[in-house]
Design a protein around this ligand. Sequence first.
Ligand SMILES: NC(=O)c1ccc[n+]([C@@H]2O[C@H](COP(=O)([O-])OP(=O)(O)OC[C@H]3O[C@@H](n4cnc5c(N)ncnc54)[C@H](OP(=O)(O)O)[C@@H]3O)[C@@H](O)[C@H]2O)c1
Length: 258
Amino acid sequence: MRIAIVTGASSGLGREYAKLLDKEGMDEIWLIARRENRLLELAGEIAAKTRIFPLDLISESTTRQIAEILKQEQPSVRFLIHAAGFGKIGSEEDITEVDIARMIDLNCRAAVLMTHLAIPYMGEKSHILQICSCSAFQPIPYLNVYAATKSFLLHYSRALAVELSPKGIAVSAVCPYWIKDTEFIPIAQNTKNSTYIKGFPFAGTQAAIAAKSFASAKKGKTVITPDAISTLHRFITSILPHQWLMAASKWFHGHGGK
Ligand SMILES: NC(=O)c1ccc[n+]([C@@H]2O[C@H](COP(=O)([O-])OP(=O)(O)OC[C@H]3O[C@@H](n4cnc5c(N)ncnc54)[C@H](OP(=O)(O)O)[C@@H]3O)[C@@H](O)[C@H]2O)c1
């Protein structure tokens, strides 16, 4: 049985990737996120057979449950797309301990554990897509924990790509700039003070970012910058000192603060 697994499928990029996977001839698409109603709605829009997992990826029982199902069914996992993730904008004092812990647990721990569980069921022409962010390319003040989680995921993905290449498994780190039409920005702004990052100029759209990054991942590209700003950001961060760029990012976002 050829399957694709998508985390964060109830909204935004994950939802778009699930729709793109519908054209890939999978026997089943497994959809994971917490909101069951959203997953059911998406399943109704997909022609391929789907399986709904309304689960919190931060919970240890979720990974145990997925591990058990994989062991029982021994599927061939052709795609694993980890799109579940969230960020929080604010200074150190504006973000709660709960949000800090959950960001690290979802963006890093859950991404790595889901990947670790899926790899034994992957082989030639399988693809892993880790949805990172261009914030992975440098430290970002007022987005510090989130950017650091994405940096972790980018480094993990690049190293894993080298390790898995002899098995024919492609690993891609997708690193977009802001996307305006997902739930990400309102969730990120929901802190004590998110005015440090005021504007999101040149933000992309979920459909365009998902389509472009999915096409690049299928070609086996390891680091994917699916829009002009993230491509420029990657280049600039490779040539300029990060100290300058941290100051510039504060200026770019409108100086911020209360
Ligand atoms: N939008 C941007 O500006 C932007 C830019 C660069 C990178 N990214 C990255 O792109 C990825 C997708 O984000 P998006 O923009 O599509 O945002 P989104 O619309 O908020 O989607 C996030 C998804 O993650 C799921 N999720 C959140 N917490 C979860 C948990 N504990 N367990 C299981 N699922 C959980 C959500 O579903 P439930 O709430 O139903 O669980 C939702 O389906 C994220 O990793 C984000 O960091 C986004």
